[in-house]
Design a protein around this ligand. Structure first.
Ligand code: ZN
Length: 272
């Protein structure tokens, strides 16, 4: 357990005792208390995790700001039943414009994430340009194809001028070593990072993509709190590969950082 988590657990435990109740609604109190008692906690955010009392089943109760996690009707990830998806001929082809780019690396306590400052990588969806801001990983995969998870999933998060998000999801299966990720994998931060690690190298973004870019498209959400909706999802059908050693190295840091699949409700998934 790192110091921040330890501090928070200790704080929660003490406050629970003092307040004699730790139900929904006390989160604000907790946050305010922690601000008052410890200046370091000014950027404190509600603690959430992938297991136990702060796991995915409870995200919606942890903070009023996380209510979409439990009340949302268009949540991600989802299971994609491939045989039931109809192609949408009216959709323009999605343009993915990537190039080798410098990045910084972080372990945010939930995943390993590469951040991008340069606005030279974009996808064009329905005529709108979204710029790449970061990518990160989950294990096992969050989306399922025909009820099955892959070993891992890569999420490339893009934002347009008005702040709307489009996430490109790529499944990862065990296979050949992924050389596009070797720079990152030789620098994987095992502990939560205080600030981004500057690496004097680039990541070859085009070579991260599978050859076949046929994709499933649907309207969903962030798969982490606050589970904000109106996120455009583009999930590529063809997986990419990573060596068993690479998957093991990630799982040594995060053994499971995936949110289970959410109800499709009346959404439509199209193929393109
Ligand atoms: Zn993600």
């Amino acid at each position: 357990m790192n110091r921040r988590k330890f501090y928070y657990s200790f704080l929660s435990a003490s406050l629970c005792l003092t307040l004699a109740a730790c139900s929904t609604g006390n989160t604000q109190t907790l946050v305010q208390e922690s601000k008052e008692t410890k200046p370091v906690a000014e950027n404190h955010q509600t603690h959430w995790s992938y297991e136990g009392k702060t796991g995915p089943e409870h995200w919606g109760e942890l903070d009023p700001a996380f209510s979409a996690c439990v009340n949302g009707a268009e949540q991600s990830p989802i299971n994609i039943e491939i045989s039931q998806i109809n192609p949408n001929k009216e959709l323009d082809k999605i343009d993915i414009n990537y190039q080798p780019t410098k990045f910084t690396l972080m372990n945010n306590g939930h995943t390993i994430q590469a951040n991008f400052k340069a606005e030279n990588n974009s996808i064009i969806l329905d005529g709108t340009t979204y710029n790449l801001v970061q990518f990160h990983f989950h294990t096992p995969s969050e989306h399922q194809f025909n009820g099955k998870n892959f070993d891992m999933e890569l999420h490339l998060v893009h934002k347009n001028d008005t702040g709307n998000l489009a996430v490109l999801g790529i499944m990862i299966k065990e296979g050949k070593e992924n050389e596009a990720l070797s720079n990152i994998w030789s620098n994987l931060p095992e502990k939560e990072t205080e600030k981004d690690i500057e690496l004097n190298t680039t990541v070859n973004l085009p070579s991260l993509l599978p050859n076949d870019q046929k994709s499933f498209i649907y309207n969903g959400s962030l798969t982490t709190p606050p589970c904000t909706e109106e996120v455009k999802w583009i999930v590529l059908e063809q997986p990419i590969e990573m060596a068993r050693e690479q998957i093991d190295a990630f799982q040594k840091i995060f053994s499971d950082n995936h949110r289970p699949v959410q109800p499709l409700n009346d959404r439509e998934v199209t193929k393109q």
